[in-house]
Write a protein that binds this ligand. Structure first.
Ligand SMILES: Cc1ncc(COP(=O)(O)O)c(C=O)c1O
Length: 362
């Protein structure tokens, strides 16, 4: 028998639920809203689609391994050079590369419970111990405890800002406190997957890359506000020596030729992002009102989703099921370690209305 390492034995491969079309058919739904994956339901950036069309004819060639056009556009947007940027098949892939690029046996990753579940999975897959401390009141990252918990084995701290699934934001003051309190030998990974949404929602939202610290890496993605989650492009911004180390372990030809083209289109589609964040802003206030009217408790969000606290796992499961029967597909947060909570993404105007009507008729 081939021996499977124990860290891999402990993991479970991703088991997708039933496809939406099947659920729609089984329940005989006349209308529905898919609000379980924090996607951009307004659809992909039209400029991304047109760039893919133009790039199709060169599909027989390997992509540009340095993704120079895309990296330089990202650099332009962030006031840096391409040497400060690396792209990959989604920011999850960049994170995986970081675990391989920076961690040696015995090094630990420090983060909180109740954050992006893939972080725990990729740490385990790479045999990196993930030290998790509880979230603070209001489902916030506990900055004081993170600072206090840094030990000799801590190689990196991971925070998501805003956090998925709680939606909570780390303010500029708090993030600066974290970054300035830890040794420059400790890497601080700031996952800003919902950057565009958060920036539009709060002036207190910090751009971690602009702190220009030698030990901070910022993760961003085209999966959310730009609407190309299915195309898989994410990136890291940071100091050149750290970015160069990530590049050393990434797949040579990632992202694909079509993915690079899509992201080149998406990043220039300011209109699509603006429309997206505006629909999201309205959706969040509509959600808050509908949740309050339904007597439900939620955490104010800086992303394209809201976390609702149902008080118990049983009530959370029942709520997910009741919403499913009304055609609203939402996420139970057991896998995130928050079994008493659910997460509802924002959608199109019609989908947001269905959510509000469904809450009103519970
Ligand atoms: C905090 C956070 N980081 C990263 C990702 C994944 O991004 P990508 O699609 O670029 O891998 C998500 C997706 O839900 C997320 O919530």
């Amino acid at each position: 028998m081939v021996r499977i390492p124990s860290n891999i034995q402990d993991l479970v491969s991703y088991k997708p639920g039933k496809p939406v079309a099947q659920i729609v058919q089984e329940l005989g739904l006349k209308e529905w809203a898919v609000l379980w994956n924090n996607e951009n339901n307004l659809g992909p950036s039209p400029k991304a689609l047109s760039e893919i069309q133009s790039a199709l004819a060169l599909s027989h060639l390997y992509p540009d391994p340095s993704a120079e056009k895309l990296c330089s556009l990202i650099a332009q947007e962030n006031d840096c050079t391409s040497a400060n940027v690396t792209v990959d098949n989604g920011s999850e892939s960049v994170f995986d590369c970081m675990l391989r690029a920076f961690f040696e046996p015995g090094d630990e990753l420090l983060t909180c419970e109740g954050t992006f579940v893939a972080v725990y999975i990729w740490a385990k897959a790479n045999n990196v111990h993930c030290e998790k401390i509880p979230l603070a009141a209001g489902y916030q990252f506990d900055i004081d405890q993170l600072i206090a918990s840094v030990g000799p084995k801590t190689k990196a701290i991971y925070v998501a800002n805003p956090n998925n699934p709680t939606g909570a934001m780390i303010s500029r003051v708090e993030l600066e406190r974290l970054v300035h309190s830890v040794s420059k030998e400790v890497l601080v990974i700031v996952d800003e997957a919902y950057f565009e949404y958060a920036k539009a929602l709060s002036e207190e939202y910090p751009d971690s890359f602009q702190m220009r610290r030698p030990n901070v890496i910022t993760l961003r993605t085209f999966s959310k506000a730009h609407g190309i989650a299915g195309i898989r492009v994410g990136y890291a911004l940071g100091p050149q020596p750290l970015i160069e180390s990530i590049r050393k372990v990434r797949m040579t030809f990632a992202p694909s030729h079509l993915s690079q083209a899509a992201a080149v289109g998406a990043i220039q589609d300011v209109e699509h992002v603006q429309k997206t964040v505006e629909v999201n802003r309205k959706a969040l206030s509509q959600y808050y009102g509908a949740l309050e009217n339904a007597g439900l408790s939620y955490t104010a969000s800086f992303g394209n989703f809201v976390m609702v606290d149902l008080g118990s796992e049983e009530d959370a499961k029942q709520f997910v099921n009741a919403m499913l029967h009304k055609g609203v597909f939402i996420r139970h947060l057991r896998a995130f370690g928050l079994a008493h909570c659910v997460r509802i993404s924002t959608g199109t105007v019609q989908e947001n209305d269905l959510l509000a009507r469904s809450l009103a008729s519970l």
